[in-house]
Design a protein around this ligand. Sequence first.
Ligand code: ZN
Length: 330
Amino acid sequence: MTQDRKVPPCLPDSEVPETRAFRQGVVTSGDAPLSGDAASGLIRGLTRRRVALIAGLAPFLPSVGLARPKTHGSPTLHHPATGAGAGPLHAPAVLRNAPPPRPLVMLDPGHGGKDPGAIGYSGTYEKHVAEAAATELERQLMASGRYRVAMTRTSDRFIPLEGRVEMAQAHRAELFISMHADALHDASVRGASVYTLSSAASDSQTALIAQSENSADLFGGPHVHATSPEVQQILASLVSEETRRGSAHIASSVVASFQSRLTLLSHPQRHAAFVVLKAADIPSVLVEMGFMSNRHDEESLRQAGHRAMVAGAMRDAVDRYFASARVGMG
Ligand SMILES: [Zn+2]
């Protein structure tokens, strides 16, 4: 099922783009190999996280509260009692003045290693464009001083989709941004677009992109399994409403930032069952910066200046996202 193909280590302009259609044709909806073990492993992983979350809340559960010495009634996280004699409970000044911790943004350059991603009209590899753009966005976010940034990869190596999500979980990321420049069958289609997780695709073009993205794990060999549509649906349904709102918020924020600076795909905010967006508790978005199958998009994405402009627009979107999240928290 997986075709054996050699991937040159670097990015020669002369690379024959005859493999362009490869990623789109590699999987059909009926033949995604998924062992029962892989499926239950995914579900187990999510269940474990839920258990961990509940365990983390234990100090706030009533049963634990009852074990505390009764002094001024039940413990409260809000204002102290105002009645006479009830000494107000001031938070230490050092805590009140401490700046809020900088949120961690996880950047995920798509593909890598033996998975080249889409191969451009003139031979550019998506994996290289994705890494270069993510590195630029990392630089800009760090330079702002407002965020901590982690990357799923900083070199040309293969990481299974599930591993990318687990990295975001391990880092306790508050935002996950996957960066891509895929290929479409229609080479005339160009422009940037932004995707969030959903069990059903918003349109057939998006369904094909998701299918192609989700097949990335096939490059991992027989021990890494792609996820079946059924399991993807279960995973999508486990994402919380709050996470879904956060994902929609960052998606519309990125589209708004792109609007004045970049060519956009028609209806640029779309959704489908992307495995890499399935973290149940981290707002996640996948950004297609353009399409490798279009010669104009490929040419633009090869330019460092263009990538810096794309990254700048995304940084602004991240700024807006966290600014309004803070306002929302009151
Ligand atoms: Zn991709």
